[in-house]
Design a protein around this ligand. Structure first.
Ligand code: MRU
Length: 371
């Protein structure tokens, strides 16, 4: 997507040095656009854990490039199965909730295992990581093509009046390589001249909405308003939200949706107010094994300091400000699970479907055997 006239992705292989992968350090946005180099698996794990990169599809793409970095850094240049598997295991453990990470790393190891020779293995790893990255971008483009119909329909019903969409966290191109998941239909609607406005949940504790979604939408020219996380229900009660679209980190094939903490409360409020609640995701975010999201999806618990401190810019400097009393206990559950019954449907690269096993398998029949 364009940032100040320049095409950018949140991750790319350095054009000057093919031994380095570059990422946008999203911790610094929106105040600074910092590019960080990843040179090995340790750098990659650090970037995923500390959230230089975040968002399910991007975590997957980063994991894939991490496997490539493992291959080019193999001891003695020997890209053995054992080495690749050990490094893959470490990468997969870096964040637990987004299933895209394991999906992408497993795809990488399968591709490498099918190739003989150290040089060919490095080349295969590079090709596969690039393919995963490009495919996720294309999946998001298709999500936009399919999802825009929902916005067009509301716009028609409202006779061209502004369509108000609420979103939570950042499920934009920063989280996904290009277009985003939740934002793809919004960008497409904007590009088609539909009058859209986005309510952006700030998304405490790390403020991915206020920092990242607002930044992205602003760069694209999409009207948006940042709101406190707890404002959504009130806006819905007063007819100020036409549609909710979120992304997801892992969705069971039965339709339960893990996403940034607070998503569940938005879904409850949407149901109470009869507002459609759609979830946009590429197929890499489906978990084809798990049946019961609330019980089975691992929910990351992060450092409580993310609750204690808020980051912002004061007098040109990034600063962290302590909010609660220094001695108060804090707890930081990073995701929650919205049960399928609260989800109107899914927007995927193959089209729209109901949030149920039948709906999902209707679009992805080839997964029926595994599920
Ligand atoms: O903790 P984060 O910032 O990685 O959480 C990201 C989200 O919850 C996104 O909504 C989700 O990954 C979907 S991204 C298309």
């Amino acid at each position: 997507m364009k940032v100040d006239g320049k095409e950018m992705r949140p991750i790319w292989l350095s054009s000057d040095n093919p031994l380095e992968v570059h990422v946008i350090d999203q911790r610094m946005l929106p105040h600074e656009l910092v590019i960080a180099p990843l040179k090995d698996v340790d750098d990659t794990i650090h970037a995923i854990r500390e959230m230089f990169v975040r968002g399910a599809p991007l975590i997957g793409a980063t994991g894939a490039w991490g496997v490539y970095l493992a291959c080019i850094n193999a001891p003695g240049g020997q890209v053995t199965d054992a080495w690749v598997e050990t490094e893959a295991k470490r990468l997969k453990a870096s964040r637990p909730t987004a299933v895209n990470l394991a999906w992408a790393v497993d795809r990488m190891t399968a591709r490498i295992a099918a190739v003989d020779g150290d040089g060919p293995r490095v080349r295969a790893a590079r090709e596969e990581a690039a393919a995963i990255t490009d495919e996720e971008a294309e999946n998001c483009r298709l999500i936009g093509e399919f999802g825009v119909a929902l916005i067009e329909e509301i716009s028609r019903k409202k006779k061209g009046e502004t369509v108000n969409i609420l979103t939570h966290c950042n499920a934009g191109w920063l989280a996904c390589v290009e277009y985003g998941t939740a934002t793809a239909p919004i960008y497409e609607a904007y590009n088609r001249g539909i009058d859209v406005h986005v309510w952006v949940d700030e998304t405490r504790p790390l403020n991915q909405g206020a920092r990242l979604t607002a930044w992205e939408l602003g760069k694209h020219g999409v009207k948006h308003t940042v709101i406190a996380d707890n404002a959504g229900g009130h806006l819905m009660q007063h007819g100020m939200v036409d549609l909710v679209i979120t992304g997801t980190d892992r969705t069971t094939w039965t339709g339960d949706v893990a996403n940034k903490i607070g998503t569940y409360l938005k879904a409850l409020a949407a149901q109470d107010n009869n507002i459609p609640f759609w979830v946009a995701l590429p197929s890499s975010t489906f978990d084809w094994e798990m049946d019961d999201g609330v019980r089975e999806i691992p929910i990351e618990v992060r450092n409580p300091d993310e609750i204690r401190y808020i980051q912002g810019k004061v007098d040109g400097k990034l600063v962290q400000v302590l909010v609660p009393p220094a001695g108060s206990a804090c707890e930081n559950h990073a995701f929650d699970v919205t049960p399928a019954r609260l989800v109107t449907g899914f927007i995927t690269e193959r089209g729209l479907c109901e949030a149920s096993g039948d709906g999902v398998l209707g679009l992805f029949p080839e997964k029926g055997k595994e599920a």
